[in-house]
Write a protein that binds this ligand. Structure first.
Ligand code: NAP
Length: 537
């Protein structure tokens, strides 16, 4: 296999004088020149092969750090895009922005990518950077424990063995544990049930009477697909969604060829999408004028289509625009008006062996599909993470997860989180956020090498300050309005979303402030020259 390509900026950077090199290394998407061959580097254990884990490994390789291992509990890469194979699965962020800036794909077939093409892309990047030899598939991490004496993470695997590494990068995502509500009688249902993220492709829905419980971002994608096959489809919708048109379409051969021939054009196009999407942040400020105008527009358009079967409350949310994700689809509303589709807005009381009961009425069904989302606020669960002085991460987070800029946690040295607390967005690409977190972690790993540091840990005061500011800003966003959303804990603390435009996140993460961290320079007992995370010695 060919050697992984080093980033263009990296090789460009090597030709610059030192002061300009420092400036170039701070630009978004830039990378400092790679570490000299043979320099001892820490072992890095990465958990997960979604966008975060794959992106981290690519950047480590580009930085000349080969001492990494990626742990993946499944038998393939892809994270959420491997798991969510439901009909119609696609992304609502445009293709050219929903990809790694340093691993561009010029031949995206559509403006908004579908699941198979995103998964193909992640597989292609994995091969382009020759990552597979360093991925341990079907290897689930069950616990990670900080060994203070030796300044290493002990990584316990579900098969009973253990590895260790100086640095731990958790790239487990926010949406990987499907949530099925505890509904009375569900265990006695005699039909077939499954969650949207574990789609049962062996269960042919043709001619079936199916129920969908939970109508969110996933359901609005698969419902229009399965409505064509089912005999009857009953949608149990607790809250409605704002569903805007999807400006999708295929790229012509000529457009794809232009992007291939002129990479700068592709980068410019990507930048233009990012700028446009970041401007949508204005919608997410509490009581913002653009959001009020958008709501008015929804009200006007939807009032024209209300019927007895599909009343206003089934169409128009009772919460402000942006409190939950604004969805996009061109076939959602037409699907609601199909003769074989019924929308039920009464709460689900219970399930019988042959149906779903609401308000004393049984709706007979032979299949129940859950579009009820994910356990999103238990970051890193079910991995047991124990930090300095025996601190239990989940116990520290009992009142809601928090981290400094979503990346580092006081009491947990050499741990970096990707897509950690308060880094989700409603208006722009998570891949952009991941790249910022990867750059931040990489800066620290490189500093560990350059300064011969054994540990790096954020100060608790810095973490407390940044979180106090974050929560104050979040209070001024629409996320804080009264709607159910997976951005909040049961007690209402917003643990998932970032509080501003992504450019603000870029600014705050552009260079980790040394004053916010404690590093120790005890002589490393296990200098590592080659090889990745491995069993304890
Ligand atoms: P979701 O958006 O959280 O929707 C879950 C739905 O289930 C909500 O409507 C919720 O109602 C409902 N629900 C939960 N418990 C229920 C219960 N006991 N009874 C009735 N309804 C119940 O979950 P999702 O659709 O899986 O999407 C999750 C996230 O995945 C999205 O927000 C998005 O970030 C990501 N996603 C992204 C894309 C994309 O294109 N980028 C596509 C799909 C998913 P309430 O609102 O009333 O709580």
């Amino acid at each position: 296999m060919s050697a992984p390509p080093l980033g263009r900026v990296a090789s460009f950077g090597r030709r610059l004088p030192p002061n300009l090199r420092t400036v170039a290394a701070r630009l978004p998407g830039s990378l400092a020149p790679p570490i000299e061959h043979g320099t001892p580097t820490p072992r890095v254990a990465i958990i997960g092969t979604g966008f975060g884990g794959i992106g981290m490994a690519c950047r480590l390789r580009q930085a000349g750090i080969e001492t990494f291992t990626i742990y993946e509990k499944a038998d393939a890469v892809g994270g959420t895009w491997r798991d969510n194979t439901y009909p119609g699965a696609a992304c609502d962020v445009p293709s050219h922005l929903y990809s790694l800036s340093f691993a561009p794909k010029t031949d995206w077939t559509r403006r908004f990518p579908e699941q198979a093409e995103i998964l193909g892309y992640l597989n292609e990047v994995t091969d382009r950077f020759d990552l597979r030899p360093q991925i341990r598939f079907e290897t689930e991490v069950s616990a990670a424990t900080w060994d203070e004496q030796r300044a290493v993470w002990r990584i316990d695997l579900a098969d009973g063995t253990a590895d260790e590494a100086e640095v731990l990068v958790a790239a487990t995502g926010q949406l990987n544990r499907p949530q099925i509500p505890d509904i009375d009688g569900l265990d006695r249902f005699e039909g077939v049930t499954f969650h949207s993220a574990r789609w049962n492709h062996d269960h042919d829905l043709t001619g079936r009477d199916a129920a969908v419980i939970g109508i969110g971002a996933s359901a609005i994608q698969f419902v229009p697909e399965i409505a064509q096959d089912c005999r009857k489809l009953t949608l149990f919708q607790r809250s409605s969604n704002f569903v805007a048109p999807k400006p999708d379409g295929a790229f012509s051969e000529e457009a794809r060829e232009r992007f291939r021939r002129h990479p700068w054009l592709q980068r410019l196009y990507r930048l233009s999408i990012w700028v446009r999407f970041d401007a949508r942040w204005l919608l997410f400020r509490k009581d913002s004028r653009p959001a009020r105008m958008l709501r008015k527009r929804f009200e006007t358009e939807l009032s024209k289509v209300v019927t007895d079967d599909v009343p206003a409350e089934a169409l128009l949310p009772d919460y402000p625009v942006g409190c939950k994700r604004i969805l996009i689809s061109n076939d959602w509303y037409p699907t609601l008006f199909r003769p074989n589709v019924q929308v039920v807005t009464d709460p689900v009381d219970r399930v019988t062996p042959h149906g779903v009961v609401t308000g004393g009425v049984e709706h007979p069904v032979d299949t129940i599909i859950f579009g009820t989302g994910f356990a999103s606020t238990g970051f890193l669960a079910p991995i047991q993470v124990t930090g300095r002085d025996g601190r239990d991460l989940h116990d520290e987070w009992r009142d809601g997860a928090e981290a400094h800029l979503g990346i580092t946690v006081a009491g947990f040295p050499n741990l970096f989180l990707l897509y950690g607390p308060n880094t989700n967005l409603g208006h722009n690409s998570i891949v952009f956020m991941l790249e910022r977190q990867i750059a931040y972690a990489l800066t620290w790993i490189r500093r560990m090498v350059d300064d011969d540091a054994a540990t790096v840990e954020v100060r608790s005061a810095a973490q407390a300050d940044s979180n106090a500011r974050l929560q104050r800003r979040l209070e001024r966003t629409v996320c804080a309005a009264s709607c159910h959303s997976w951005y909040k804990t049961a007690t209402g603390k917003i643990t998932n979303n970032w509080s501003g435009p992504t450019i603000a996140y870029w600014w705050q993460t552009r260079r980790p402030d040394r004053a916010d961290f404690v590093t120790t320079r005890q002589p490393r007992r296990h200098p590592v020259h080659s090889g990745a995370a491995g069993p304890p010695e």
